[in-house]
Design a protein around this ligand. Structure first.
Ligand code: COA
Length: 259
């Protein structure tokens, strides 16, 4: 697929996905959502990568939301479909088997903040601003915001942000646990790469299974505790665990092969 709204570079096994609509504050229109969905299904191959970083073009915005200009053209079915497509794409990102880090370099609003929350880890520059301003438009979040914000912030803080539409700055987002680091914007990609490179030294199957197990906690159809027992049982007889434990006992670095 030809990418029209996203810039993709792959460097040292790390895919850098840049939403590239800076004149519209990188707002997510249908093309962006389609291209994101393509990248996280067919476009990228997690087996050949260590991780993915998602960021926004320019120095003002990560992503300032879903593209508002598309809303008034939609009928009810169209609105439902737009939301469903976003849910499917963001769920795919959340369940990706290698780490996906949001490098938030400015406004992270609405569907943009929902994209950041679908990533496994979020880091931000000091000028970043986070918000779910949907109530200002008389809509509700459409890409999982009411669900994931509660997971990160707890109900009270999430409801205050969702109901007032107020933005919070990077320091507050850090104290709320929405992000894990604040670093200068020119160092954001480097910091995200360092986190990915560290994770890449771990057992790839244990990393993928850990992501799946943490996500399972929030899935009402899963018995995540039972799933953990099964994954632990599978792990204990795996080549990966054999290598990891043997390396520990032999006082050497593990050489994981992803099998
Ligand atoms: N959808 C479509 N276009 C958007 C957009 C969005 N979510 N967010 C910003 N833009 C556009 C603006 O319309 C403007 O376009 P123009 O130059 O053609 O007029 C351009 O991006 C720059 O935005 P502007 O508002 O002039 O910049 P600002 O620095 O004054 O304010 C924001 C930045 C992000 C605070 C402001 O644009 C904003 O509130 N955006 C909407 C955020 C939102 O409600 N998101 C949730 C959507 S569900």
């Amino acid at each position: 697929m030809e990418l029209k709204t996203i810039l993709l570079t792959i460097n040292d096994g790390i895919a850098l996905v840049t939403i590239n609509r800076p004149k519209a504050m990188n707002a997510i229109n249908d093309d962006v959502m389609t291209e994101l969905g393509y990248l996280f299904t067919e476009g990228l191959n997690p087996k050949n990568l260590k991780g993915v970083i998602i960021t926004g073009a320019g120095d003002k915005a990560f992503v300032a939301g879903a593209d508002i200009t598309q809303f008034l053209k939609l009928d009810r079915d169209g609105g439902y479909a737009l939301s469903k497509k976003g849910h499917i794409v963001y769920n795919t990102i959340e369940n990706y088997s290698i780490p996906v880090i949001a490098a938030i370099n400015g406004y992270s609003l609405g569907g943009g903040n929902e994209l950041a929350m679908a990533c496994h880890i979020r880091i931000a520059s000091p000028n970043a601003k986070f918000g779910q301003p949907e109530v200002n438009l008389g809509i509700v979040t459409g890409y999982g915001g009411t669900q994931r914000l509660v997971q990160y912030l707890g109900k009270g803080r999430a409801l205050e942000m969702l109901l007032t539409g107020d933005m919070i700055d990077a320091e507050k987002a850090l104290s709320y646990g929405l992000i894990t680091h604040v670093v200068e914007s020119e160092s954001l990609i480097d910091k995200a790469s360092k986190i990915i490179n560290k994770i890449a030294t771990k057992g790839p199957i244990s990393v993928a299974n850990t992501i799946a197990l943490v996500n399972a906690f929030f899935d009402k159809n899963e018995n995540a505790y039972e799933k953990e027992m099964n994954y632990f049982g599978d792990a204990i007889v795996s080549e990966e665990t054999k290598e990891g434990v043997t390396a520990f006992l032999e006082k050497r670095k593990a050489n994981f092969k992803g099998n």
